[in-house]
Design a protein around this ligand. Structure first.
Ligand code: NCD
Ligand code: ZN
Length: 347
């Protein structure tokens, strides 16, 4: 049995870092393992302009642990008033790595998202010209559509028409959760990719709902039935370059998760690598872990591969992690995969 694995340092192509005391509390959990992360712009108010993104990046760098060697990759929150020129300038200076599309109302802090896709046409066309990826939260928000169907309906009614109308637009389907998402990403050619989270490789909707409601497993898109989880595991471990890691680690304080109307988000920054190593081992695909965590995403985003390495060791004793991270904003529960973690990241 393999018990030691050295890979290029991983990147996280979908991460929520928040701001202020929460940012300060959660950032070390990411910088400990990841070289770079695509930082989501759904702050309140959202990160809309290149100037907003520069200021946010500077706030991240200001609280980054010394010698972390971490590079935040910034995103802009697409609104119906986004200026194509501002996006192009941010991309040209190397600050902006992607523009994020949230359908209005789809998830946490998405009220400023897009309702009328004609209003963002000029931005999308400019992005297609310069090769800047659109990172998409792929769920419709129509209350008539069942929450478990919202990803599949989005693909058919929004994403496919949007891609046909904007040839050359490079798109990342964020945090796919369905077999339909896997199939669509697979068929999309080199301009389409998909991120897969750590927790969607572990959870199906029974984990969330059967035998008691488990608020720390509630995230968006919501975990689906088991057949979809299996499709995601097959995709992540396939070695195909169009699938890569975006943890969607999304911290909320416990008081807001364990609540009558609990927030969506799983906090996986702390243990994603040990969990993923276990998943890939279980799938007989440890040799493909590096592609998923450290190669495919950088290649899609046209970034140089990381030069540093990370070594994972399978030890006899399971990893002992704190149940919660104590941030200045309040405690944040670390994702519980439901099984012991024998893979340790070597110091
Ligand atoms: C994210 C958050 O909390 O910002 N929550 C989540 O469940 N993933 C928003 C998102 O990415 O949808
Ligand atoms: Zn997210």
């Amino acid at each position: 049995m393999t018990d030691m694995l050295t890979i290029a340092r991983p990147d996280d192509f979908h991460l929520h870092l928040r701001d202020g005391a929460m940012l300060q509390g959660v950032l070390p959990e990411t910088t400990r393992h990841f070289a770079r992360a695509l930082v989501m712009p759904n702050l309140l108010p959202p990160v809309v302009t290149t100037a907003d993104a520069r200021a946010y990046r500077d706030r991240i760098l200001a609280v980054q642990p010394e010698a972390a060697g971490f590079t935040p990759l910034m995103t802009l929150y697409l609104t119906e008033t986004t200026d194509p020129e501002d996006v192009a300038l941010g991309a040209a200076e190397g600050l902006i790595a992607a523009v994020k599309l949230y359908p209005a109302g789809a998830t946490t802090n998405s009220a400023s998202g897009v309702r009328n896709f004609d209003a963002v046409r000029a931005v999308l066309e400019r992005m297609a010209e310069i090769g800047l990826p659109l990172s998409v939260h792929g769920e419709v928000t129509d209350p008539r559509v069942d929450i478990f169907d919202r990803e599949a309906v989005f693909i058919d009614t929004v994403l496919d028409p949007l891609r046909s109308a904007t040839p050359g637009l490079r798109v990342v389907m964020e945090h796919i959760t369905t077999a339909e998402g896997v199939a669509y990403a697979r068929a999309g050619g080199p301009d389409l990719a998909a991120t897969i989270t750590t927790h969607h490789l572990i959870l199906n909707r029974n984990h969330l709902l059967a035998g008691g409601i488990r608020p720390h497993y509630y995230c968006l898109p919501v975990a689906k039935r088991e057949s979809h989880r299996l499709a995601l595991r097959a995709a992540a471990t396939s070695g195909e370059p169009g699938f890569f890691l975006g943890t969607d680690s999304a911290p909320h304080i416990d008081a807001l998760k364990e609540h009558a109307c609990g927030c969506a988000g799983c906090f996986t920054a702390t243990n994603s690598l040990p969990v993923l190593a276990q998943v890939f081992e279980d799938m007989g695909a440890l040799a493909r872990l590096e592609g998923f965590t450290s190669r495919h995403g950088a290649a899609f985003y046209r970034l140089p591969p990381n030069t540093g390495t990370m070594t994972l060791e399978r030890r006899a004793n399971p990893l002992q992690l704190p149940e919660k991270i104590l941030t200045g904003a309040g405690p944040v529960t670390v994702f519980d995969p439901g099984f012991p973690l024998y893979w340790h990241v070597a110091p």
